[in-house]
Structure formats: structure tokens, C-alpha cells
Design a protein around this ligand. Structure first.
Ligand code: SF4
Length: 266
């Protein structure tokens, strides 16, 4: 897999305007409803868009460039979207995922190129919106411990290959959050954690490329799920994962620290 020399990342095109808008200018901003690819959160919120990680399987780049050309994926801050948490009505659904918001599904909010002011502005709105649960996911976990996380934040890192385990475990060990998790999607090889007790939640999924899905070996999935079970962490299998018949459906459990027993019908 291609690795990035972060010192060499060209950030000259990052759109750095962090001028806050007046409340009236953000009056129409709402969360977006997610599709079936992100069924562990009903909502997505993208106050920051664009990413320089250059993952070969990135779906967000394709969406962004389809609508905005190559400039559509340049990291940018959208201050008017900061009003979405207060503008979006809270659903009446009893589903535990109905109040869950995936933050920056079209970006990596904690990429090295992201100005701290952008992160601070997002977290200020998260702290003020306790009616929602905000789910953060990054491929640059070393920034996670630098943040004072509010109680309504779930904090995770993507671990698609073994090489990401050490940095992720070091970061999660230092993170103070009510939920710490990893997303092993797309799971590209056998991944083994050395400190699974750090995990409250494990997400595991296949690789989606357009309409095509590349399934991980089932033994890799079992390695992860048995590690998660051994420490009581919840397991969430993404819809793109073809589940072995003996499992009787995919697991869609909540994180350990939220509930160790609830399983939601898939
Ligand atoms: S980190 Fe996410 S948004 Fe960024 S390139 Fe990779 S898949 Fe795309």
C-alpha cells in the first residue's frame, strides 16, 4: 500500500478561510442522511471537506470530483455548516443510530494539513449539541490524544492493514473518550491487535469499488471479531461484508461502553 510522506504533502491549495459566518448565514444548514454504506450513523456532517491521504479506494474523492472537478477534493472549511447540529430536528426513532452523526465522511478532519482552528470550531459545536452523538474517524490517529473530547464523541481510527496497528494503539491508549474504536474497512489483510482491551467497538467491512465488492478472507474477520469478543467490545459488520451462513446474519452491536448486550436486527 502506498504510504504518504506527510512532510512532503503539498498544502498550498488548502482553503484556509476560517472566517465565522453570522448565525443567519448558516440558517439552512442541515445534516445529510447517510445511505446504506454508513448504516451505523443516520447522519453525516461535513463542515470540512477534502483530503490529501490519497487512499486508492476512496469513495469520497469520486463523489467530490464528480460534482466539483479536481478542486472539489481540496481540503476546505465550510463555516456555514457549523449550524447543522442546531438546525437538524432530532428524530423520534428509538433506533440508537438515529442520533449518530458521522463527522467528515468526505474528509479526514485530523489530517496533518488541517488547521487546528477548523477542528476547534467543529468541536465547539459538538460540545454544544448534546442531543447528538458524533462519530469521528481518522487515518492520522496521532492527533486524537491532543483533543479534550466531549462526552458525546466516539473516537476512532481506520486500521485497514497491520502497519496501522501500532500508531493506532498508541493514540487510543492516550485518548480520553466515552467510546474508542477502530474501523477495519476495507480490511485488506490479516490484522491482529496487541492491545485489544483499548477497543470499545470494532467496525469491519469489505472494499467497495463502484458497484464491486472485494471481500476480505473470512479468517481475517474471525481473527478480529474473536479479539473484540475477548475484551467485550461491540462488533459492527458493515452491509458490504458477506457474512458466513453459520453466523445467522451480521453483527450490529453497539460499543462496549454504551451497551455490551444490545444487538440491533440487521
Ligand atoms: S482518508 Fe478517507 S477521505 Fe481521505 S482519501 Fe482516504 S478514504 Fe478518502
Amino acid at each position: 500500500m502506498k504510504t504518504i510522506d506527510r512532510q512532503a504533502v503539498d498544502t498550498s491549495n488548502v482553503i484556509r478561510d476560517v472566517t465565522p459566518n453570522r448565525p443567519s448565514e448558516g440558517g439552512k444548514s442541515l445534516f445529510n442522511r447517510t445511505n446504506e454504506n454508513i448504516d451505523w450513523a443516520w447522519w453525516s456532517w461535513n463542515p470540512v471537506t477534502g483530503c490529501l491521504n490519497n487512499c486508492p479506494y476512496c469513495y469520497a474523492r469520486g463523489i467530490a470530483t464528480r460534482f466539483g472537478g479536481s478542486a472539489g477534493f481540496v481540503p476546505a472549511f465550510h463555516p456555514e455548516r457549523l449550524f447543522a447540529p442546531i438546525n437538524t430536528p432530532v428524530p423520534k426513532s428509538v433506533s440508537p443510530w438515529s442520533r449518530s452523526v458521522f463527522v467528515c465522511s468526505m474528509a479526514d478532519l485530523f489530517g496533518d494539513w488541517v488547521p487546528q482552528e477548523w477542528i476547534d470550531a467543529v468541536l465547539e459545536r459538538v460540545r454544544a449539541a448534546q442531543q447528538w452523538t458524533f462519530i469521528f474517524l481518522t487515518k492520522n490517529p496521532k492527533r486524537l490524544p491532543t483533543i479534550t473530547w466531549p462526552d458525546n464523541a466516539w473516537v476512532g481510527a481506520t486500521v485497514d492493514v497491520q502497519a496501522r496497528v501500532q500508531a493506532t494503539e498508541e493514540a487510543l491508549a492516550a485518548v480520553r473518550a466515552c467510546v474508542r474504536f477502530v474501523s477495519c474497512e476495507p480490511l485488506q489483510e490479516r490484522v491482529v491487535f496487541t492491545r485489544p482491551e483499548l477497543l470499545d467497538w470494532l467496525i469491519v467491512g469489505a472494499k467497495s469499488i463502484g458497484g464491486r465488492k472485494v471481500q476480505p478472507e473470512w479468517a481475517w474477520v474471525e481473527t478480529l471479531t474473536s479479539q473484540a469478543r475477548s475484551v467485550g467490545a461491540g462488533v459492527y459488520m458493515k452491509p458490504n461484508l458477506v457474512v458466513e451462513p453459520h453466523l445467522d446474519g451480521r453483527l450490529t452491536q453497539l460499543p462496549r461502553s454504551i451497551s455490551t448486550t444490545v444487538t440491533i436486527a440487521s
